[in-house]
Ligand binder design. Structure first.
Ligand code: AMP
Length: 426
């Protein structure tokens, strides 16, 4: 199906063809006509599925029909979990809008930078606000923006928004929006909290699920390589060379590890930088721009910093540390193999982390091929996992520190089961 059959106006079709998109992705074919009709949409889409254009194109078209008012009332609110995703979505909107007769004013606002220029930019209003939730509320509190007339709300990467603890902010923002509006909800994963939010928000939505087996699904070769923990950086260097990865995104568990691994790579002549939440916004922007422009070969990142980032033609992702949760795994590997390109996703595991890897596989109903690289065969023996370690790993997988801990009731239930009294307390 060509783009021209989706009901989009010529200036948008022109922008799409300038992007060299030849055909709509699965989510675009389904969502664009529905959004143009004003329907709510629930998009269960992996990263790289083309979901940004799926909502951006029809919303820009609907905006063309809105009367030109001064000051401009905010008509579309797009909430994104991270600064990078907000910036990226805003940039995509601007690119798709460039040939429209009525140029929309798009404000991109996020925390971690001075609020003043954003307040200044919002003078005279805006048609579209792309925002991280906390900063949007700050701006509303400063009377710099008013969303009471918005006709559309987009929640992008809703699972991430909730993971990052934005539930309260979203609630406040919802209360400030008109009750009558179009809602577009996108999430790569669908845990119960996301399900509940979607159910509360959406009215008879069109549900679009981009299946893992879909032809439009990113083509990612996933493998797990056994390696002793102390030799991971060496193995990483070896793979970069052997596989001739022009660029690679390496995921680690902590900010410290990001700095440490990047330093070690640099000392060995590989152009690498750390990317994590404690860097200044200026540094983050610069590192990301360098990586996007292929001036930087290796980006060593933590999960929080890397969410939603779209890097064109990224050949490989390496899980140096295994992700804590299943949704982190999905998001991490989704950085490669975007928009129909193939990619490699390699997960390092050791004797100490193999059980955690198995839990991730079970949750994803997937079995990663196990590999060893000659010269890097692990020396450490795998230890049988104690019951306690298994329970801890399961808890971590369920969201760890930020996630659901055992409730008092759960603990009582367990105690009752252990004491042989099978009846759980009411
Ligand atoms: P997203 O899932 O929105 O982050 O998009 C992932 C990547 O796919 C971005 O680099 C888009 O520019 C690209 N893209 C979106 N739609 C298409 C399409 N129809 N054909 C080819 N590439 C696309």
């Amino acid at each position: 199906m060509p783009f021209s059959s989706l009901g989009l106006i010529p200036p948008l079709l022109r922008a799409v063809s300038e992007k060299s998109y030849t055909a709509p992705t699965a989510i675009q074919s389904a969502a664009i006509p529905a959004i143009l009709r004003g329907e709510d949409v629930l998009g269960l889409a992996q990263t790289g599925s083309g979901k940004t254009a799926a909502f951006a194109l029809p919303l820009l078209q609907l905006l063309q029909q809105a009367p030109n008012e001064k000051p401009k009332p905010v008509r579309i609110v797009i909430l994104a979990p991270t600064r990078e995703l907000a910036a990226q979505t805003g940039a995509s909107l601007r690119a798709y809008a460039q040939h429209l007769p009525q140029q929309p004013k798009i404000a991109i606002v996020f925390g971690g930078v001075s609020i003043n220029p954003q307040m200044l930019h919002l003078r005279g209003g805006a048609d579209i606000v792309v925002a991280t939730p906390g900063r949007l509320l700050d701006l509303i509190d400063h009377n710099a923006v008013n969303i009471s007339r918005a006709s559309t709300l987009v929640l992008d990467e809703a699972d991430r928004l909730l993971d990052l603890g934005f539930a309260e902010e979203i609630k406040r923002i919802l209360a400030l929006l008109p009750a009558q509006r179009q809602n577009l909800f996108f999430s790569a994963t669908f845990p119960p909290a996301v399900d509940a939010l979607a159910a509360a928000l959406l009215q008879q939505p069109l549900r679009i699920e981009v299946e893992a087996t879909d032809a439009g699904k990113p083509d990612i070769a996933q493998t797990a390589i056994a390696v002793d923990e102390g030799r991971r950086t060496q193995l990483l260097r070896h793979l970069i060379q052997q596989q001739q990865w022009s660029r690679v995104m390496v995921f680690v568990a902590t900010k410290y590890a990001a700095g440490h691994v990047a330093d070690k790579l640099r000392r060995n002549g590989i152009h690498a930088e750390a990317f994590h939440g404690e860097l200044s916004q200026g540094k983050r922007t610069q590192v990301l721009a360098d990586f996007k422009a292929a001036r930087l070969q290796v980006l060593v990142a933590t999960d929080v910093a890397a969410r939603g980032i779209d890097i064109a033609q990224l050949p490989a992702v390496v899980n140096y540390d295994l992700p804590r949760s299943v949704s982190d795994y999905t998001h991490r590997i989704g950085r490669t193999g975007r928009a129909g390109q193939s990619g490699a996703a390699v997960s390092f595991y050791s004797a100490a982390t193999e059980a955690h890897l198995r839990l991730i596989e079970n949750r994803l109903q997937l079995k990663l091929p196990r590999e060893q690289v000659p010269g890097f065969e692990p020396a450490e023996k795998q230890q049988a996992m104690t019951e306690e370690a298994a329970a801890l790993a399961t808890e971590q997988l369920n969201g760890g520190i930020k996630g659901k801990r055992k409730s008092k009731k759960d603990k009582l239930r367990e105690a009752a089961a252990k004491s042989g009294d099978g009846t759980p307390p009411q």
